[in-house]
Design a protein around this ligand. Structure first.
Ligand code: ARG
Length: 499
């Protein structure tokens, strides 16, 4: 009942007996069983895998050069006609094989010698997914570029920083945005790592138990631009952990993206950030509205991707070795996740790159809620007051001050609290000048120059380091793209030798 794949090269039958599509035709569950429509995504991958496998079979003398030439010409014709012209089939692998046999006759059936659809589909998924991972990595680079450039422009733009959505300490737009550049940097690294574990060839694993033919697994891997082979034949056919790894990286990315979206939505509401019209929408009834819809949609994508990850993991959980048809339903979760994550990342990159920051609105709130308090406590502690005592003193002044107290009021209340807590004037510890600096949001920011802090010089140093890593990652993505392109050329050359 089941197709266990494996070598059918010994089948000397005519076209009617090798064309598998007729064997189970017409059952009521045929549509349920078929992945042909979804397989459009791996149509090009399957053609490449078929070509590489056929070339290897010929090089190994498993099929004749003339036979390989016929198969390869059949594949060209199938490619030309496109996925839409494929005969009905359980999947793209079967349909392409049938279409080749239709064109070149029963010799087309030799293409499936020394392999199974199990290693074939795994190779196709890896072949396509690696390119998708590079697209996603490139989207993270675009977002990092937008964040780093906008951060550099706004290294001096003082704004309120929040914890628990409460005014916490003054920071800068540059420091805020570079915090996300730091997070997305790790997403790029994770996607590159996922690429590297995806980019190995399962071909030659056959159904799960290898093959009697003298194949050259390293050669098909090389022809397809894979960096190596999945060692164990059963593992080769079974493994989908590379999809989990990639999707998990994307789930992480989109979780961060959703946080960035929320921050920007909040900052738009507070008048700090103004998304460009291209990334906003309006209301059908309220004419004044400019809504940050793109950011809300990008925020929601975390749901799609974590749902995809859950879909993948729950499909894979408990699956025994080696191939089980459940795997067919695992793959689309990964396609959907990578598509929507890459798109959302690009959209947020655009929103960051084109939005405006209102420096005056940011500055107006930068000291709100006595958010300079920590700097005052730090100044007292630097003068020798135990930090806990300084904290108590400043807390007493804060409790006595209205949320919108000006620096003069705060200074008076601090001095009164110093009388209570220390039994002497605040200015025995902190000069009026230093206190004024601590109470000024820009002065407060400038004083926090520790590595990774918000002082403009510290942000400039961080941005320089992050730009260096950006360049490294850009080079890493390009190197992988170049290697894939070179392998494509090599495969075309190898195929042409049989023309
Ligand atoms: N369409 C299948 C999938 O996506 C291809 C492999 C089918 N293999 C099999 N032995 N039935 O997983």
């Amino acid at each position: 009942m089941t197709d266990d794949g494996g070598a059918d090269g010994g089948d000397a039958g005519d076209a009617e007996t090798v064309v598998r599509r007729d064997r189970f035709a017409g059952g009521p569950a045929r549509g349920f069983m078929s992945s042909l429509a979804a397989d459009e995504r791996i149509f090009a991958a399957d053609l490449a895998v078929d070509r590489a496998h056929t070339v290897m079979l010929a090089e190994q003398g498993i099929v004749g050069d003339d036979e390989a030439a016929e198969i390869l010409s059949g594949l060209d014709a199938v490619e030309e006609a496109g996925h839409g012209a494929l005969p009905d089939g359980e999947d793209v692998h079967e349909a392409i094989e049938s279409a080749v046999v239709d064109r070149v006759g029963s010799v087309g059936g030799k293409m499936h010698t020394a392999r199974s659809r199990n290693d074939e589909v795994a190779a196709c998924i890896r072949y396509r997914y690696r390119a998708d991972l590079l697209d996603a990595a490139e989207a993270t680079l675009a977002l990092r570029e937008a964040l780093l450039e906008t951060a550099a422009e706004h290294a001096d733009t003082v704004m309120p920083g929040f914890t628990h959505r409460q005014y916490a300490q003054p920071t800068t737009v540059g420091h805020f945005l570079s915090s996300y550049a730091g997070a997305i940097e790790r997403d790029t690294a994770r996607l590159l790592a996922a690429f590297d574990r995806t980019n190995v060839s399962p071909l030659g694993g056959a159904a799960f138990a290898g093959t009697t033919f003298d194949i050259d697994r390293e050669r098909t891997a090389e022809l397809l631009g894979f960096d190596g082979v999945v060692e164990n034949a059963t593992d080769a056919a079974s493994a989908r952990d590379f999809l989990v790894e990639g999707t998990a990286a994307l789930a992480n990315l989109t979780a961060t993206l959703s946080g960035l979206s929320t921050d920007l939505i909040e900052h738009a509401k507070d008048g700090y950030f103004d998304p460009s019209d291209d990334y906003a929408s309006t209301s059908s009834i309220m004419p004044q509205k400019v809504n940050p819809d793109t950011l809300e949609l990008a925020r929601a994508v975390a749901g799609d991707v974590s749902g995809g990850l859950t879909g993948l993991l729950t499909t894979l959980k408990g699956l025994p070795r080696a191939y089980n048809r459940d795997l067919q339903r695992a793959t689309p979760h990964a396609w959907d996740a990578v598509d929507v994550a890459a798109e959302a990342t690009e959209v947020v990159a655009g929103a960051v790159a084109t939005g405006d920051w209102d420096a005056d609105a940011c500055a107006a709130d930068a000291g709100a809620g006595f958010s300079t308090a920590t700097g005052v406590a730090d100044a007292l502690a630097a003068a020798g007051v135990p930090f806990r005592t300084a904290h108590e003193l400043v807390a007493e002044a804060a409790a006595a001050s209205p949320a919108d107290a000006d620096p003069e009021t705060l200074a008076a209340n601090l001095d009164a609290a110093a009388g209570d807590v220390l039994g002497e004037s605040l200015h025995g510890y902190v000069s009026r000048e230093d206190l004024a600096t601590a109470l000024d949001p820009a002065g407060s920011v400038a004083s926090r120059g520790s590595r990774g802090g918000p002082a403009p010089d510290a942000v400039a140093d961080s941005l320089a380091r992050m730009s260096g890593t950006y360049d490294d990652h850009e080079t890493a993505v390009e190197a992988r793209r170049d290697a894939l392109a070179a392998a494509e050329t090599d495969l075309t050359d190898a195929v042409e030798r049989y023309a």
